[in-house]
Design a protein around this ligand. Structure first.
Ligand code: WTA
Length: 704
């Protein structure tokens, strides 16, 4: 929870002042637990020739990529303006302000502007323009429901346009105006991207909250963004689980009201119906989608907004207990999400694209809602989970819709790999052209399985490194004839991206080497701010090393100039491709009456990539036992959501601290990962430990 009146926010312990302090010790210092195997150049795989045979690939050769890349760096404003002008602008942007920025806090506040002064509308470009260009009857969404028996709907661009306008008119009826922020708490149904587009159409800002977040987490986001309207759904089945979204939204609205912010309206899509999912309804506040949206006009003039007007905020975890609302604006995000989609997936007009991400994450924003539609693409929108009812589900979908590009996360690949090849082999994947991955470093074993078993060695694997903050792909092996792919390497920068590696002293590392991954110049979809707190955004991303954007990731550059991501350098975990702040989990734990102090670190996990390991010290009168463990795990799930479920609770008499009271996470991380096998002499500098016996005790009580 990160609501304002909770004093222990961001606090590891009840008794101490707070872990803003206790975190100083090694935030942004620790080298990540890299689980990448050592790479041999013999492992390189050249983009298979069958991929480009008979295909009009956008990039024909490495030289073409290099030429375009160099142009994009030499003249970013010119490079991106040319692309921007292939979109519709109600009023063109002045070339002089195509790109103006300050990236250096020494000079002044951080400011990033692309195409400022131009007037456009991203919804118009994604939807109306496709219809005007003759794609009205083309399928925008192949909707595949959770259950195999579910009705599968195809929705054309024309139909998307009509529904977007109806929703947009409904939003207006509920009083939403340009600049207002609307919360979307929905499952992965076509109405979710449609609702996002409806907001954009009228110049409202959307804040999508992943449907797996708890009432507490949702309330925090509603409160922070001051949403007056929440769009939700009665409930949904994800795999075999019922998720009662409306109930959670009601609870969140109550929690928000208790803190002084009132939600005025809820628009509720009926997905399951009263037999499967009953909901409470409050007259005048709750509105059924069918009753409110259906009768609306299909005409709704787009609001022509400035390129720098906000498009959306999306909350993500950082190293404090409080998720931050990353702000993206209209023009730059439009241009960049569309362009990365086109090149990363080599999208061609007949292709069917399939991204498994939920729109609750940035991947769903850029590569379900905006990138594909801005390119007039057909895509699969999948409500369910990859292994339900069986681990062949994804490949069955590929077969059914003749999918060309599939885009998923290493955690899903690993889970399907473990389930066995037979689930893949029994399906027809001959339509596939490209295999995309995102969210965390992909281990070479999973890479090879994806390449060999899923793609039959015919398809390039496009491993895309990027972030909520970057809006679109930053580093990736573009599917280019002749390109060497290195399993596990995010590889090369996209157009306009200038990655820099800094050592601990802030010196740029030339050639081979490793350190902090930074970006030297703004790209069009650079985050603009943190909603309501520009200073915090400057602190987090621009203050430690001046003149660069700090990604928070560690990185290595090899002799060929390929980038290898080694993991986060701050206290953010990456669990199944989802970012979770250790401080968020700690804050949740210490709210429980039994918990005196909590310290959370990441551990290696075969499927999830990283798991959550929580050291917990108990208040005096509580006994450490299995029931309490279970209770604490449930407690975190309730406070944040199932994605934050701790894998291990380690009851500890005390956690190691420096004499000034700071928790030594470096040691905790090592013990969590290595258990009783930990090399006591390899714990690094322990001279600042207040009580060395604490470490011994932890090793003895380790769960392994
Ligand atoms: C990690 C997801 C290695 C990284 C788009 C980053 C990756 C964080 C990769 C962002 C990748 C994402 N290789 N690491 N291909 N993609 N990451 O904001 O640590 O949910 O900082 O955006 O995920 O997560 P976010």
């Amino acid at each position: 929870s990160f609501l304002g009146n909770r004093v222990n926010v961001g606090c590891a312990g009840k008794m101490q002042k707070g872990n803003e302090d206790s975190r100083d010790e090694d935030v942004l210092y620790h080298l990540p637990y890299a689980n990448l195997e050592r790479h041999h150049d013999s492992d390189n795989v050249v983009v298979p020739e069958v991929f480009h045979e008979g295909r009009a690939t956008h990039l024909k050769s490495l030289d073409e990529y290099k030429k375009l890349y160099e142009e994009s760096i030499a003249d970013p404003a010119g490079f991106w303006s040319n692309i921007a002008r292939s979109f519709y602008w109600k009023e063109d942007f002045p070339s002089a302000t195509a790109c103006t920025y300050n990236f250096d806090l020494n000079v002044g506040p951080i400011a990033i502007n692309w195409f400022k002064g131009g007037k456009t509308n991203i919804c118009y470009n994604a939807v109306d323009r496709q219809v005007e260009n003759g794609l009205g009857s083309k399928v925008a969404f192949h909707y595949e429901g959770n259950d195999l028996e579910d009705e599968h709907r195809d929705i054309t661009y024309e139909e998307v346009k009509d529904e977007v306008c109806r929703v947009a008119n409904s939003l207006k009826e509920m009083g939403v105006k340009k600049g207002d922020c609307v919360c979307l708490y929905m499952p992965m149904v076509p109405e979710l991207p449609i609702a996002m587009l409806a907001c954009a159409r009228i110049g409202a800002v959307h804040s999508v909250v992943f449907g797996g977040f708890s009432a507490e987490a949702l309330a925090g986001r509603i409160f922070d963004a001051k949403n007056n309207v929440v769009i939700t759904c009665d409930g949904v089945m994800r795999g075999k689980k019922l998720i009662e979204l409306k109930k959670v939204a009601d609870e969140a609205a109550k929690l928000s009201q208790a803190r002084g912010h009132n939600v005025g309206h809820k628009l509720v899509l009926q997905r399951l119906g009263p037999e499967k999912c009953k909901v409470d309804f409050v007259e005048g506040v709750d509105h059924w989608w069918n009753e409110m949206v259906k009768p609306q006009s299909t005409v709704c003039e787009p609001e022509w907004v400035d390129a720098e007007d906000p498009l959306f905020i999306l909350y993500t975890s950082g190293s404090t207990g409080q998720p931050k609302g990353i702000l993206h604006t209209t023009g730059g995000y439009m241009v960049y999400s569309a362009t990365t989609f086109k090149y990363a997936f080599d999208y061609q007009p007949e292709d069917v694209f399939f991204c498994t991400a939920d729109c609750g994450w940035i991947t769903g924003h850029s590569y379900v809602t905006y990138g594909p539609l801005l390119n007039g693409a057909s895509q699969v929108v999948f409500e369910g989970v990859p292994n339900c009812p069986r681990p062949d589900r994804l490949w069955r979908i590929v077969e059914k819709y003749r999918v060309q590009q599939v885009y998923t996360a290493p955690t899903a690949i690993r889970a399907l790999m473990v389930a066995g090849d037979k689930y893949v082999k029994g399906t027809d994947r001959s339509s596939l052209k490209i295999l995309g991955t995102v969210g965390e470093p992909i281990n070479p074993e999973a890479w090879n399985w994806y390449f060999k078993v899923v793609g039959d060695e015919r398809c390039p694997v496009v491993d895309t490194w990027w972030q909520t903050e970057t809006g679109g792909h930053m580093i990736l092996p573009l599917p280019i004839p002749g390109l060497h792919m290195k399993p596990g390497a995010a590889s090369l920068p996209f157009f306009g991206v200038v990655p820099v590696i800094l050592d601990e002293d802030g010196n740029e590392v030339d050639g081979e080497g490793q350190g902090f991954l930074m970006v030297k110049k703004p790209w069009p979809s650079t985050l603009r701010s943190i909603s309501g707190d520009h200073e915090r955004m400057q602190d987090i991303y621009f203050s430690r090393f001046k003149g660069y954007y700090m990604s928070g990731d560690g990185c290595r550059r090899d002799k060929d100039g390929y980038y290898w991501l080694t993991g986060r350098v701050d206290d953010v975990l990456n669990v199944s491709g989802h970012r979770i702040g250790t401080a968020e989990v700690e804050s949740a734990l210490v709210l429980h009456p039994a918990v005196g102090e909590a310290a959370v670190v990441g551990i290696g996990h075969d499927i999830k990539g990283e798991g959550i390991y929580a050291y917990v010290t108990l208040m005096n009168k509580f006994q450490p036992d299995d029931d309490l463990k279970k209770e604490l795990i449930q407690y975190v799930r309730k406070e944040i959501g199932p994605i934050a479920t701790p894998d291990v609770i380690h009851f500890a008499a005390a956690v190691p601290k420096t004499r000034s009271g700071k928790i030594m996470r470096r040691i905790l991380r090592k013990i969590a990962n290595e258990g009783s096998k930990v090399d006591k002499d390899g714990l690094g500098d322990v001279s600042t430990l207040a009580d060395p016996s604490v470490v011994e005790a932890l090793i003895e009580t380790h769960a392994n």
